[in-house]
Structure formats: C-alpha cells, structure tokens
Write a protein that binds this ligand. Sequence first.
Ligand SMILES: [Zn+2]
Length: 498
Amino acid sequence: MTNMMRSSLLMGGLLGLGMVSLFAQGLQEWPERHLSTAEVEQHIRFLSADELGGRQPGHPGHAIAARYIATSFQAMGVQPLPGLQDYYQPIPMGRMVPPRAGHIRWGKQEWAQGGDLLSMSGEGIEGEFPAVFVGYGWIGDSTDDYAGLDLMGKVAIALQGLPEPMSPGKIIAAGRKKAAWAAERGALALIELYTLPYPWKRLMLNFTSPAPRVLPETEDTRLFHAWLNDPEEYLLRAFKEDTSVTLAVATETVRQNRFTAPNVVGVIPGRDSSLREEYVLLSAHYDHVGTGGDGPDTIYNGARDNAIGIAGLLAAARSLSEAPPRRSIILLACTAEEMGMLGSQWFVDHSPLPLSQLVYNLNYDGAGYNDRTAFTVLGYERTGIRPLIDRTAQWAHLNIIADPMPEQNLFDRSDNVSFAAAGLPCLSFSPGITEMDETILAHYHQPSDEADGLHFDYLRQLSSAFVHLARLIADQAARPFWQPDDPYYEAGRALYAD
Ligand SMILES: [Zn+2]
C-alpha cells in the first residue's frame, strides 16, 4: 500500500461517516465555510460573459449556461433526479413572431396591429363578424360566463384577467384558457380588452422589439386571440347600447418559433434514512433577458440577476454533497424566470416527485446589492424559520435585511412564488439590498450588469450563508410552515392534507 493510497482511504472514511459526526460535534467546520472565492467568481464570470449573450431561452448562450450547470452538478457529485432526462427537465416554448398588419373596425373606430391591437396567437380571419360580450370569459366553480351565449362563427369580446387582482403571468395564462373555451364554443376569435396596470405603449415595445417573448406550448387552438387597448371604452359602450355589434376584422396568423429550454435539476440524497424521503428545494434562475437596445453595449449580461444566485446554487451542490444534511436536497436552476417564472411553474405542474414530499423552497435571486454587511431575506417571519435565519447570520458574520421595500411585494416576484402558490413554504434570499437606489438601478436589467466591479469575497460570504441556511432547514427535525395569517397558509394546508 502506498502512502497515497493510505491517505485516500483515510479521506474516504472521513468523507463517508466520520466527518459528518465531527461536523455535528462542532469539531470541524462545515464545507460551506471553506468555499473558494475564485470558484464563486469563476461561475459568475462564465455565466455573465458576453459570449453567453444574456442567456435568453431559445438562444445558444442559454443552452451553454444550462450545460455549464449540469456538468458542474455532475463534477460535484450531485445526482440526476429519476424521471428526468439526465439533469434536464426540457420545457417546450415558443417565440411569438408578431404579424406586421391587421385591424379591427367598429364604425369609425379602428384598432390596428402595432397600435392598439396586439395579436397573441392563432390564425388570422377576415370579414364582417357579429361580436358577443362574454364578461370575463371565465368558467369557475360557480360561474360560467358563456352560459346561454351563442358564439358559433362570432367574435368573443372579454375583459382581461378576472375581477380579483392577478399577476401578469396569470393573466396571460388565463387568456389562453379563455381562448380554448371560446374555441370549444365555435367562436372565431377572442379579443381581450386590455386592463393591466402597465402602460400599453411599453407593453407593445416588449412585444415588438427584437427581444422575443417566450410562451409555453399550449393546447394549440387555432382561434385568433388578441389584446385590444380601448381606454375610451368604445366597445363596452357599444355593447351597452346595442346587443348586435358587428366588427370588420382583417388579421394575420401569429406564428410561433418553437424550441425547448430546460430546467436543470439535481438531487443530493439526505443522510438520515428516516428523513431522506423529504426534500428541501433550492432554486435560482439562470436565464436572463438576452440582447437589445441600440447602445454601444447590447448584451444584458445578468451577472447580479442572476449569475450570483447560480453561484450560490453551485456552492450548495459542492458543500451539501460533501457533507449531506439529514433531508434530501433538490437543486433547481430555473429557466424563463424573466418571462414570468415559466420554469418554476413548469416544475410545479410537471413535478418529477409528489410536491407534498417537498418541505421547503429556498430561492436565491436578486437585483444587486447596496449593503455588503448583510444578506436580504424576503419572508423573514412567514414560515417560522426566523431562528435559523438568525443563526445563519451569526455564523456567516452578516447582518439581516428583512423584507425591505414592502410596498413592492418582492416576495411574489421571483420563482419562489410558483412554489408558494402550490402551498410550499418558502423564502427568497438576496444580496444585501436596502432600497431600489441608484446603485441598484444603475445595473438592474441593464447591459452594465457585468461581473467587473463585483465584490467576489462578499459574494462568497453570501453563498456560504445561503448554503448554511439550507443546511439548517434540511437538518431541523420540525418542518417549517406558513404562519396562520399568511396568504399562502390555506394552500399549504391543502398541499399536505392527506
Ligand atoms: Zn432574477
């Protein structure tokens, strides 16, 4: 036996069982204490490099980022999750190609494509058609807005969304359902009257600029579906005054360029045989918004948003596979967060394991930082893990910024909200941010969000804290749960009800 063999056997023994108990006794520091700043910097510099072109789904840089994360998982000893394609959960998506022309006319009023008409999907139609107002066009437990209406060969006009406030992503998803219902009833088109609290002109820029919109594949109804901006409410008034409204319509077919983009997923089995079937889900999104604009720099590198978070996820991959906690860990690098949290929602809707086996979601996302003495948590008091957050801060020598800017409801603005809505208790972790000041806005969703100028030693400290908090949650005997007054409390009860 050579000395080298002897020492590697010794190491093997330590890594297998011995070290865990040394950690547990506090005689040995956890691996997340010894993260390498150079490695954290490597992840961030690679993912935010110009060559990755802003990591927009459907573009080569996005696929390269996914491959980087998957191969890093493999090198760090993270396993693929059974039921997926290796480390990938591919998601079918489409990039809308907006038509150049099209209009809807009623009397003297005209709404034209690119002006106050936005064609969303389906086949173009041409002719004079009777229109039917269908309210919200919704079918719920106790409502059917289509009851008693004849839509055959007609254009359905609906209010956008639902009476209760909804996120833009939900409104878009609701619109697709409405289009399917209208199609089933023989309608030729569904026109939704725009009501989002977002300036129509800016919305149009989003849909017509070179930056494409990404949509999940749906049951492909060929019904023509569009949004129409009618602030003067000409159409609504027309229906009030006259039930037989006829529209002159000439629209073009909306084409979709289809592609897939993956969530990247791995698992670290827990070390406690009685808790191993329970999973703590760690998530961070790896997509960003691609390229655009006409300045000298057109690449939105997304170093802060969210290469930093992926560096934290990879720190978890390394540290938690070296010394696994009691519960199992799922590592999820989400695609298409910037397009409305499509990747995390897809994971919820197509989970490779029962969602009730997940006990917590710890998400890492951010806009940047303006306080390097702290980490930020969104949801500090909401799931009963405040003592673990406090211990983590102490351990990492960082302060806590709890729920800054409450008026912005940041908790509901990253991937954790997909899991929260499914009932899973969660927390979003971010770099230290006190307010959306000039330091943050200078880089937030700007081409200047680059790796140069970042404080990598601080980012290593943040990664350590993120991993350590994950460890404490995964080791704690009790499962965290929503506070009784939380808006997601009932969803949580439903998720874990037998
Ligand atoms: Zn983000």
